[in-house]
Design a binder for this molecule. Sequence first.
Ligand SMILES: C[S@@+](CC[C@H](N)C(=O)[O-])C[C@H]1O[C@@H](n2cnc3c(N)ncnc32)[C@H](O)[C@@H]1O
Length: 293
Amino acid sequence: MTIKRTPFQKILQTLNEAQQIPIDLLPLLPKGWKRVGRVGVLELKTPLLPWKREIGEAYLQHLPELKTMALKVGVTNTTVRQPALELLAGEEKTVTLHKELECKFWIDALKLTFSNGNHAERQRMVKLSKKKEQVIDMFACVGNLSIPIAVHNPTAQIIGIEINPYAHQFLEKNIQENQLTDRYQALLGDNRKITPTNWANRVIMGYFTIDKQQLTKALASLQQQQGGTIHAHGLTTTRHMHDWKKEITTLINTSFPHFKIIQTQKTIIKSVAPGVNHFVNDITITTTNETKA
Ligand SMILES: C[S@@+](CC[C@H](N)C(=O)[O-])C[C@H]1O[C@@H](n2cnc3c(N)ncnc32)[C@H](O)[C@@H]1O
């Protein structure tokens, strides 16, 4: 009986036989990798970096679903969230079609973010979505969190806002590709300026450094006679267990007295570094009986 080897076992054998990498470093090779469409992303420990190209080639050789292998070289930290990736091996064309949850996402995997670690959150958004709801995705990127809602809920209407023209271009393409043109509108610009008011039942804020102006816009974008739910993302550490309830409560008290928070829930989405988690607060808001806008 022949035992089927895993891709990782084949990669290990190829690199072992090539005798380029010191044998004692082979145990440092990553057993996992990320994938966006046909682009794979590896994280390599520092001692392996002198052989990064050979490693990239070996992984590509045994992962036929991939055409390009990239290396994570830093953290994603600009406003437009450009990932810090470097091309290691394979095709230079990094515009790719990623399929997930029956949705099609065209994306340039080297220049825009699409986190595999947010898969469960994409699923959760679909599950939470209600009939005929109106959703604003204030940090839409290529539709990462909101295209699945539109695909799985044919009664939902969505407005996605994106500041980066390159990401907005893919968002437009994805709306067409998933046949959502009648229900999903993509706006290009700063959500501090162009978020519609008094329209949404649900607002998605998939960004780590949300500011007060953006939280105010989110509250103003909710249907003022009904309220709705804001999904505010952020980073939390064991020392600083931040959540958005306090800031939103302050804004409600000062500028939206007709609103009150009726429920909050915090979900940890993924670990981004030791002791640092990406979380989302679901903040459900309704109107008080006294003054309605
Ligand atoms: C990290 S991506 C998140 C994508 C998606 N929401 C998710 O969680 O998977 C954040 C996106 O928000 C966009 N962005 C940042 N500041 C913005 C602003 N002020 N107005 C609109 N979009 C903004 C960035 O360009 C980027 O595409």
